[in-house]
Design a protein around this ligand. Sequence first.
Ligand SMILES: [Zn+2]
Length: 453
Amino acid sequence: MSCLMVERCGAVTFKRSEQNAIQVRMLADGRLSTGHAGVLLAERRGSYPLIDLRILKTSAQQGEVESGTRRKVKRLLSFQRYCHASRLLRGLVPHTPGSLHLLDDDYLGQAAHMLSKVGTWNFDIFLFDRLTNGNSLVTLMCHLFNVCGLIHHFQLDMVKLHRFLGMVQEDYHSQNPYHNAVHAADVTQAMYCYLKEPKLAEQLSPLDVFLGLMAAAAHDVDHPGVNQPFLIKTRHHLASLYQNTSVLESHHWRSTVGMLRESGLLSHLPADISQDMEQQLGSLILATDISRQNEFLLTFREHLDNQDLDLQLASHRHFMLQIALKCADICNPCRVWELSRQWSERVCEEFYRQGDLERKFDLEISPLCNQQADSVPAIQIGFISYIVEPLFEEWHRFTEPSLLSQTMMGHLHKNKARWSCLRCAHTPSDVQAHSHADEPNPKGGGGEGENIP
Ligand SMILES: [Zn+2]
């Protein structure tokens, strides 16, 4: 290419004067540097600590995977920023969410109409995402921050807020069937519904609402579409960085902190306040680690049994925000069937893709990731029985009397019955082969976070 090109892909600005040049400059301090043989090493913008985006370590002593294979896996599984840069360097137009300005007024009018009903449980986030041209998360968050009075209360700069939300939305992987920005928007909308529950709403401070919505919006940011056991067995650097514990959740949190600092959204607040907000965000996001499900469930149940929740205490309100976020994160089976079914198929598709990768690279196929053995109905029935029902029964107890909780429990039972019918439609031998999916598998199973039945 003869002329000098300056292009921008999300937060990555890069410059090249010739086709083979690989020099990418991040907007902030991060940078992409030239690797040999076309291997691009990237540092994430503003992440603390800075991390590169290599999916597998390449040192020779970790020779579980052949070097050529490692390169292929790296290309297939690289995190979002690497993908963007890689696509640009191959001359492909990157996927970036379109501008609202490209939309016909009719679409914006319909999106605005939907926002007027954002607190209703049958809110169709898929439709809303289409109407906002893929900007559901940014649009929803701006609206909720506005109606909750958070912009005024925290004196937020709208430009910085928009920039921060744009970065968060963009760092979700649109190619993930499930862990993408629409899931984040869906969880945020559910969280908003839960924050409005009278039992909570009467006690929550503006800071609580701010943290609840922010944590929901960012709780899966930069999710690679594979689970923690996969990152551990492929010796991903994040697994060692976070010592194989809450690897993804830690990454989601630290990425969020990086973007908060880069956007300067909280820079006008005293340092101790903004640091406290970052810590509380971390505590909320880390609570979505499904391996801690029993810990939270038992504590929640104990509080309800003892009737000792005092929501005037900040620590108890924080605990309830953790519970509300956990509920929001796994609320798919509590939605109306048509929405619920779509999420179920998407999450299973993500599992199966992981299984396909594991098969391709001769890795052991994770539980629930084998499309031939693990059917969608079987996965969903296990998920509902062992994860969703126990938590929502307690949530129902906490919020009682709540119309929303009644509605959710109604959908949950109907959806479970429907999956049972669909599973019965499989051949008896299939059912027998799949029956293990009903067994609880809380740790090291096939799905990350909200997905392990
Ligand atoms: Zn999630």
